[in-house]
Design a protein around this ligand. Structure first.
Ligand SMILES: [Zn+2]
Ligand SMILES: [Zn+2]
Length: 115
């Protein structure tokens, strides 16, 4: 089945397992992820969906930006942040910045940029 390019960055994407019997499509470049589904085919279908405004996959506007984890590299801490759609569970591109607030801002910028 044909997998559309990433709606955020235009990169190639692949379907990956998340849990037993759960799948989602992830962008190989920016790590954005589509909605999780119970089969590969459904996960690809959900990823290929394009609804314009708000969330690119479901059109939802209930978006939340969250920061998680910290990676220690080259003597500095880096924060990970993403925008997530509460309606379908899809996630925007991963931002990695050495400041928590900036990481969240960057995640929002990356989310909006490709749309
Ligand atoms: Zn991407
Ligand atoms: Zn959504």
């Amino acid at each position: 089945m044909r997998i559309e390019r990433c709606p955020f960055c235009g990169g190639d994407a692949a379907v990956v397992p998340t849990n037993p019997n759960r799948w989602r499509v992830e962008c190989n470049v920016c790590l954005a992820a589509g909605p999780e589904r119970s089969s590969e085919a459904e996960a690809v279908e959900a990823w290929n969906e394009r609804r314009g405004e708000g969330c690119p996959f479901c059109g939802g506007r209930d978006l939340v930006t969250y920061s998680y984890g910290q990676a220690y590299s080259n003597g500095r801490y880096f924060y990970h942040a993403r925008v997530m759609c509460r309606a379908c569970g899809s996630e925007g591109p991963l931002a990695v910045v050495d400041d928590k607030k900036e990481a969240m801002r960057e995640a929002e910028r990356l989310f909006k940029e490709g749309k």
